[in-house]
Design a protein around this ligand. Structure first.
Ligand code: GLP
Length: 271
């Protein structure tokens, strides 16, 4: 696992966006060979989306041949509800870049047969040869997508009941009223995320410090589904200083040192 510790949210977002843009550029996507990108919602990726939009506007990266799959969606709220993940993605990213409508995939939280919709989603991902890079956030309890604690680490796309903790956390988007927060969501599974060629998780702020500590230093455990990242061949966490508050000093220094050394090598190679 690679852990990038940036000074603050802004630097974390810039690092993540630059990494995503560089990975897409290096892939040279075409319509026959599109780049498949997994995407999250939430407050953590907002800065990354803003920076990706900026890089697009500068002509640094194009999303024309990028196929996207979102992580999750609430069950039972209209697609155009202000808090649906369809709306979030349109407002914060899709409407601002050149991604093609037909290349966007988001679970349909109003499908008649939710189970069939989940199975269809997994098949669609497969039909594009899997996800190249999955960006994600993390819940305060260490969940990835909506894979709440004790979700199977082998799980695939399915319907999940949200925990009270998650409903309380997410009520900030629903007028602070947990009765307005949907009780269920559809989400890609932990295994769906882990099957991607690369996983990039954003972790910022002190409220995520325990989740980060468990993810990096704890055992691989279904009680913190993001800890499955320890088993991934190419897992990257990019975080800010405040999220590191619960890490051991030794762990913190190790990742700072190793990334510092990487930067020195990169600088040397550029000379
Ligand atoms: C929700 C989403 C997750 C997200 C998490 C944290 O539960 N399903 O994908 O990572 O919230 O959200 P935030 O980034 O707003 O802290």
């Amino acid at each position: 696992m690679r852990v990038i510790i940036e000074h603050d949210y802004d630097h974390m977002s810039k690092w993540a966006a630059r990494h995503i843009a560089n990975t897409i550029r290096a892939f040279h996507p075409t319509s026959e060979k599109p780049f498949v990108l997994g995407l999250p919602t939430g407050s953590s990726p907002l800065g990354t989306y803003a920076e990706l939009v900026r890089l697009y506007e500068q002509g640094y990266v194009s999303f024309r041949n990028v196929v996207t799959f979102n992580m999750d969606e609430y069950v039972g709220i209209p697609e155009d509800h202000p808090q649906s993940y369809h709306t979030f993605m349109r407002e914060n990213f899709f409407s601002k870049v050149d991604v093609q409508k037909e290349n966007i995939h988001i679970l349909d939280g109003n499908a008649k047969d939710l189970e069939a919709e989940c199975a269809r989603y997994e098949e669609q991902i497969k039909s594009f040869g899997g996800i190249r890079l999955f960006m994600g956030g993390i819940g305060a309890d260490g969940h990835v997508a909506f894979n709440e604690p004790f979700s199977s680490l082998a799980s695939r796309t399915r319907v999940k009941t949200l925990t009270l903790d998650t409903k309380i956390m997410n009520s900030r988007f629903f007028d602070g009223d947990i009765r307005k927060v949907p009780s269920r969501a559809m989400t890609v599974g932990v295994q769906t995320v882990m099957d991607s060629e690369e996983v990039l998780i954003l972790v910022n702020g002190h409220t995520k410090a325990q989740a980060l500590q468990k993810t990096i230093e704890g055992p691989v455990s279904q009680s913190c589904t993001c800890s499955a990242l320890q088993l991934h061949k190419k897992g990257i966490i990019v975080c800010d200083e405040s999220a590191c508050d619960e890490l051991k000093v030794g762990t913190y220094r190790y990742f700072k040192d190793i990334e510092g050394a990487n930067l020195d090598v990169e600088a040397m190679l550029e000379k």
